[in-house]
Design a protein around this ligand. Structure first.
Ligand code: PEP
Ligand code: MG
Length: 876
């Protein structure tokens, strides 16, 4: 019979798929003899089963939970619902991949009207007992029953106001009792039934609520962002409670074995005396630094330091630990590999190699490629910074520099960002509901909360600049303003944040790009380059981007989109002339104007790439992007071409396409008008000849790529034009220049007939943007408008334009790779769609055996690291 529940004594760290990260690590700490309050884990398979069984917990799973509860009672010598010696438990989620704050937690479960009295006597601390009870009612009502959190806060505020006090700690036993009565009355009023008194009912409801929370909207957004599959499910940990809020020799805290912002090797964290865990994470009170615990409770501190060191050595990674002190005794509630900034991730990985703890390959596997993005982000222009006015400071919660306009809600952040505005999200504190607003913001500023608060943890994960805990700010949400240092800032005002120092500035400070090629970054990327099999190329259309990509380590250009060269200035006029020409002579005249632009651009790009491979793709403009629409442009063009305006308008009308994405574009243009291929070949080859003559030390091999091919004969037709033109130019040059002709595989038919296509192509480059569009049958420009419905209904878990659909589109890719190589074993295979810079898609490319991936310049370091990880994972 399947086993759905494991005691902490039955698991270990290698069981995270079944027990979730938290459960597996609680078991591992138990195994290592560390002080862990005991309990059990309901598995991720039980969660999957809950969804399979129409959101119910099967009777045999309920029975298994109750059996384990009985064991826990025997083990602790306490009893569920026994006023004389009650067992209280926490119920927490724990998925395979950590999803901080995304799912639900319930503490103090097991309290009811009679247990609380016994608990008060048993602990000799009635205030503590009633405080625990009112917290439990609050959490259970919110998390399990979905009642408004706000209403409970209002009741607390009301009690405080009547008493004339400001802080929760100023409330006494009678006030807590009063809160319990009022909370229960509210519950009764809302739910039409009394607050559940049977602890077993409470427990089953809580387990159900955690399973349910796997599917809450914020967890779904987080999963999509982090590519965590929906079918993984979450485990549920039921653990006997220890109380950090049972007096002044109790407390609770969060600590890291190394600094998660900088990577510095030193215990880092914070704690609160007389508090429960949620108080630290929620950022409601500002905690003390962990070092202070050494003075306050030296023995506990010593023991904690020892455990922290052991855990780090054991896991060979920086650990993020939660602990509670109950009446002077330390308990470990959690350990996990800590979230960290990109800079810290690099430093920790490199330091662990230097300390002899891990190998270089392990270090390469330790850093999340997507995180590197944060290092590639800008800092403030130092000159402008000198002139800037610091208006305040908070904690340097997540590094980077950001300037934006003030907004106060996640919704406003999204609205403003959609309008193209840069925003800084200013909040008292953030909560998981704010996640989408945080994602679009340039920076995040909070009034409350420490380095481990929600805002800090989430911003670091996203690589977004964040300053947290700036207590001097007075926010007025209703007025959409905040006051700092005597000045009021309103919605829409510009401010700037330095997430590396915690400073806040008035106005917008210009930023400059990052230069990550040094120190830890350089060393780790060097190890990555040694580990990877695939090449990393870039998509670049001009010398500036090519040089930037080179600086980031690109080994070639995998896609130069030649139509992109015509968006600027006068060039658009020349290409318009070419497009609307209605006879060959006029078209040739227009092409002759384009030739010098193209040739000099190619020379610039070749120069920037210093002899590395450059793949130049022939024109592929969906025509509508280039046709003039404004009357004045049409008049000007007609004048230039000596055409009657009405005639030109007719031509433009005749070029109208119902579906330009599937229209007269790509190689179809050269089939219709061979002179386009002739002109472009001339530009590519003549530029190469010139640069080769200038740099005899380089081995120039220009590569010509024909787009949108769906039939081998169509490729052959264009290729014949290319080779005739190229060979004549080369012969005339006196050089022995090699060149390659290949194609994009971006139409499903090309993938399906790749064996034939390969007869004409020396290389394939998978254009997975179009291949995705045409395989799914929805437009890459419009799908965004309806894909959200597909995420909500779980039909798709992620955007197929961002992460390659391995099942469908991927099948075409691997089929084409295989068929192509059957025909031509030395066929070069690459990818140049957006997926070429996406880590999971890159792993797929490694598996299929592509020679290289090509991506935008700022993703080159990400691709280098992801390609290395893919190689290492494949090697096992
Ligand atoms: C593609 O289709 O994947 C591709 C790289 O070409 P483009 O994006 O220019 O259509
Ligand atoms: Mg394409």
């Amino acid at each position: 019979m399947a086993k759905y529940v494991y005691k902490f004594t039955e698991g270990n760290k290698d069981m995270r798929e079944l027990l979730g990260g938290k459960g597996a690590n609680l078991a591992e700490m138990t195994l290592a003899g560390m002080p862990v309050p005991q309990g059990f884990t309901v598995t991720t398979e039980a969660c999957t089963r809950y969804y399979d069984d129409n959101r119910t917990i099967a009777p045999e799973i309920q029975a298994e939970i109750l059996d384990n509860l009985a064991w826990l009672e025997a083990h602790t010598g306490k009893k569920f619902g026994d006023p004389a010696n009650p067992l209280l438990v926490s119920v927490r989620s724990g998925a395979r991949a950590s999803m901080p704050g995304m799912m639900d937690t319930i503490l103090n479960l097991g309290l009811n009207d009679t247990v609380v009295e016994g608990f008060a006597q048993f602990t000799g601390n009635p205030r503590f007992a009633y405080d625990s009870y009112r917290r439990f009612i609050q959490m259970f009502s919110d998390v399990v029953m979905g009642l408004s959190k706000k209403r409970f806060e209002e009741i607390i505020d009301d009690v405080k106001e009547k008493k004339g006090v400001k802080l929760d700690v100023d409330l006494d036993t009678e006030d807590m009792k009063d809160l319990v009565v009022r909370f229960k009355a509210f519950y009764q009023q809302e739910k039409g039934e009394a607050f559940p008194q049977d602890p077993k009912t409470q427990l089953m409801e809580a387990v159900r609520a955690v399973f349910r929370s796997w599917d809450n909207p914020r967890a779904n957004v987080y999963r999509r962002m982090n590519e965590i599959p929906y079918d993984w499910g979450t485990a549920v940990n039921v653990q006997s409670m220890v109380f950090g809020n049972s007096g002044s020799s109790s407390g609770t805290g969060v600590a890291f074995t190394r600094n998660p912002a900088t990577g510095e090797k030193a215990l880092f964290g914070e704690y609160l005396i007389n508090a429960q865990g949620e108080d630290v994470v929620a950022g409601v009170r500002t905690p003390s630094p962990i070092s202070q615990l050494q003075q306050e409770m030296p023995q506990v501190y010593e023991e904690f330091v020892q455990i922290a060191n052991r855990l780090e050595k054991h896991y060979k990674d920086m650990q993020d630990m939660e602990f509670t002190i109950e009446n002077g005794k330390l308990y470990m509630l959690q350990t996990r590999s800590g979230k960290r900034t990109a800079a810290a991730a690099l430093k920790i990985a490199v330091d662990l190699v230097d300390e002899g703890e891990i190998s270089q390959e392990e270090a390469v596997l330790r850093v999340d490629p997507k995180q590197l993005d944060a290092l590639l982000h800008p800092t403030f222009d130092p000159d402008a910074l000198e002139q800037a006015t610091v208006i305040g400071s908070g904690l340097a919660a997540s590094p980077g520099a950001a300037a934006g306009r003030v907004v106060f809600t996640a919704e406003e952040a999204k609205e403003w960002a959609q309008r193209g505005e840069k925003v800084i999200l200013v909040r008292l504190e953030t909560s998981p509901e704010d996640i989408e607003g945080m994602q679009v913001a340039q920076g995040i500023l909070t009034v409350r909360g420490g380095m481990t608060s929600h805002a800090a943890v989430v911003a670091r994960g996203m690589g977004t600049c964040c300053v947290s805990g700036c207590g001097e700010i007075a926010v007025d949400y209703a007025d959409k303003s905040f006051t700092l240092a005597g000045t009021t800032y309103r919605e829409g005002d510009w401010i700037s944040l330095n997430g590396s120092t915690g400073e806040i500035f008035a106005g917008a400070i210009p930023t400059i790009p990052a230069n990550p090629n040094s120190g830890d970054f350089g060393r780790l990327m060097g190890w990555a380059d040694q580990s990877r099999r695939m090449g990393v190329y870039t998509n670049a259309d001009n010398p500036r981007d090519a040089a930037q990509a080179r600086a980031f380590g690109a080994e070639g250009i995998g896609l130069c989109r030649t139509e992109h060269m015509f968006f600027e200035g006068d060039r658009i006029k020349a290409i318009r002339e070419m497009i609307v020409s209605d006879d060959t002579e006029a078209r040739k005249k227009a092409l002759a104007k384009l030739l010098p632009y193209q040739q000099s651009d190619f020379e610039g790009i070749y120069e920037a790439m210093e002899g590395c491979p450059v793949v130049i793709r022939f024109l592929d403009p969906p025509l509508h992007e280039f046709l003039p629409t404004q009357e004045e442009d049409i008049l000007e063009l007609a004048g230039k071409m000596n055409l009657p305006v009405a005639r030109l308008k007719d031509i433009i009308e005749s070029l109208h396409e119902f579906n330009p994405m599937m229209g007269h574009r790509g190689c179809r243009l050269s089939v219709s008008y061979p002179e386009i291929a002739q002109m472009q070949t001339t530009a590519v080859i003549q530029a190469a000849i010139n640069v080769q003559k200038k740099h005899p030390e380089w081995h120039m091999v220009p590569e010509i790529m024909i787009p949108l091919v769906g039939e081998a004969k169509e490729l052959k037709y264009v290729k014949d034009i290319v080779t005739a033109t190229a060979d004549a130019l080369i012969a005339a040059s006196g050089l022995e220049l090699e060149y390659l002709v290949g194609t994009m595989i971006e139409i499903p038919r090309a993938a399906l007939t790749a064996d034939e296509v390969a007869q004409e192509a020396q290389f394939f480059s998978f254009g997975t943007n179009d291949l995705t569009q045409m395989t799914f049958g929805f437009s890459r420009d419009d799908a965004g408008k309806f894909l959200s419905y597909y995420y909500d209904t779980k039909i798709y878990e992620s955007d197929p334009f961002a992460h390659l659909d391995q099942k469908g589109v991927g099948k075409l890719v691997s089929m084409a790779a295989k068929l192509g190589r059957q025909t031509r074993p030395d066929l070069i295979l690459g990818i140049c769609g957006e997926h070429g810079g996406d880590p999971t898609s890159i792993e797929f490319c490694e598996d299929v055996g592509l020679n290289y991936v090509s991506c935008s310049p700022f993703r080159v370091p990400i691709a280098r690291l992801a390609a290395a990880q893919a190689s290492l994972k494949k090697k096992g």
